[in-house]
Design a protein around this ligand. Structure first.
Ligand code: GLU
Length: 503
């Protein structure tokens, strides 16, 4: 059996988007699963639209996702000689011909075909030019493109593994039309190879056995098959993936323009705090399903279970909530020490000074919040009170807790209790029991005492457990915050009569 070789061949005309990741991932999975080779090729022959920055972004995205490649990245712009050699081969064998038509002529031809209700394919007028006429035009520097002469045989068959019924894979040659394979150029300044041409040469020379790509390329495939045949190269197997839908519309790279809350660029998702594993998990399910319908999967589980037989033909729906939910699951399942590494840049970006805390403190913070934060970018807000001493307190907490007549006494008692603890006692378990004992001594319900201390040390009404927080904040900082709150309480004006304070 021939060794499986797949490739991802993005055009660097923008950032790598979610749909592109699915193509890359499925090719990667298929290669890895078959102990094959995964090739990365940057299709940058469109000099006007391709940028180096996009190519860099695509490579960075692939690295971030962990989609490692075995060969490449190959840049088509560095392989032009190869394409021109093949052009020459095709020309000599009579598979291509130069066409000098102007845009106006082509528009007119199309308009007539439309009026006569014919398929507006090229009418082959350039084929009627004699050798002498061609030479004269070329010598005069008239611009021309190369067209591929579609053979007069009846059908072109696409070896497609997923989409459609077998007879749908037979495309009538009479519907294809002699397609253009180079941009306009002159004899002295040849036009750049176009996608349908360069892609075939590379797939053939790189021994690609399986081409997995988006459905939008299906119309290109018969043309590419014809080209393989003309050059005497083996035709690979094709798998065209269904279109990703969002709100019943085709998801497009431009979606962001319509919905700023829906970035399709993978690096933007990274910056928002999505994890690579979660991204791959979510994207894997846009066209494939696990044999036991499991939806929360590690990349390893996906790799173990992925198979072409389980690819779906139906267009998948992009569900933003599901992406977030899956991300939350991956966040929760990360080790705390790993989270420290991935969350730290988000904390630093928020301007926090992390130097007051040890690695183990930071790990404890992760453990406290990882159930609640679905995105890494939610950690800075969730953990804010660890880095910024509260200067204000939640309004509803003030009314509910700080107006309790015993509030100051409770805080004073807490200060005394904490101050008396040794360093060894500043741990969660001891703090828990000391707090419980203090509440017993006070003879006031924990439901009243707890929220007062919580508000004093965090400024908030909802946080992780008090003992956990105090352990990490440390004795001095906790005492300082308790005293700050006591001072604040003393400045409170009397409560308006209609207030809902509970005493
Ligand atoms: N450069 C093409 C694209 O980005 C590649 C399509 C293919 O995989 O053949 O859409």
């Amino acid at each position: 059996m021939t060794k499986v070789r797949t490739r991802f061949a993005p055009s660097p005309t923008g950032s790598l988007h979610l749909g592109g990741v699915r193509t890359a991932f499925y090719n990667w999975l298929f290669a890895r699963q078959n102990k094959g080779t995964f090739v990365l090729r940057i299709e940058d022959t469109d000099a006007e639209r391709s940028t180096e920055e996009s190519a860099k972004g695509i490579i960075e995205s692939m690295q971030w996702l962990g989609l490692n490649w075995d060969e490449g990245p190959f840049f088509q712009s560095e392989r032009l000689g190869i394409y021109f050699d093949h052009l020459e081969k095709l020309r000599k064998a009579g598979h291509i011909y130069p066409a000098f038509d102007t845009q106006e002529e082509l528009d007119e031809m199309r308009a007539i075909a439309k009026k006569e209700k014919r398929n507006p394919i090229y009418d082959r007028r350039a084929l009627k030019l004699t050798e002498a006429e061609i030479k004269q035009k070329m010598d005069a520097g008239e611009p021309f493109v190369w067209r591929f002469k579609v053979p007069d045989t009846e059908y072109t068959e696409i070896p497609e593994l997923l989409m459609g019924e077998p007879d749908e894979h037979k495309i009538r040659n009479s519907t294809i039309g002699d397609f253009i394979i180079t941009r306009p150029g002159t004899n002295d300044n040849p036009g750049m190879p176009l996608y349908n041409f360069a892609c075939v040469i590379d797939d053939a020379l790189m021994d690609i056995t399986h081409v997995i790509r988006g459905m939008e390329h299906l119309p290109n495939t018969p043309k590419q098959v014809l080209m393989y045949k003309a050059l005497g190269y083996k035709v690979p197997q094709f798998i065209h993936l269904p279109i990703i839908m969002k709100n019943n519309k085709k998801m497009s790279k431009r979606d962001k323009d319509y919905d700023p809350n829906f970035p399709v660029s993978i690096l933007e998702r990274r910056d928002l705090g999505y994890l690579p594993d979660a991204t791959l998990n979510f994207i894997a399910l846009l066209g494939w399903s696990h044999p036991e319908s499991q939806e929360l999967l590690t990349p390893f589980e996906i790799l173990e279970n992925f198979s072409v037989d389980r690819l779906n033909k139906a267009n998948p729906n992009f569900d933003e909530q599901k992406y977030m939910f899956i991300n939350g699951w991956h966040v929760k399942n990360r080790h705390d020490y790993e989270l420290v590494e991935t969350v730290t840049p988000h904390l630093e970006k928020a301007g926090y000074d992390l130097s007051a805390y040890s690695k183990s403190d930071l790990e404890k913070m992760m453990a406290m919040e990882k159930e609640r934060c679905h995105l890494l970018s939610q950690f800075p807000e969730a953990l804010k009170f660890f880095f910024i001493t509260p200067e204000s307190y939640e309004e509803k907490g003030i009314r509910k807790s700080f107006y309790v007549p015993e509030a100051d006494f409770i805080l004073e008692t807490t200060v005394k209790m904490i101050s008396a603890l040794t360093d060894e006692e500043m741990n969660r378990a001891t703090l828990d029991s000391k707090l419980a004992a203090m509440v017993m001594d006070l003879g006031i319900k924990y439901g009243i005492v707890g929220p007062i201390i919580r508000l004093a040390i965090t400024g908030r009404t909802k946080t992780p457990g008090l003992a956990e927080i105090i352990e990490v904040l440390g004795k001095d900082e906790t005492v300082k915050r308790l005293e700050n709150a006591r001072a604040f309480i003393k400045t409170l004006p009397p409560l308006p009569v209609e207030s809902e304070a509970t005493a």
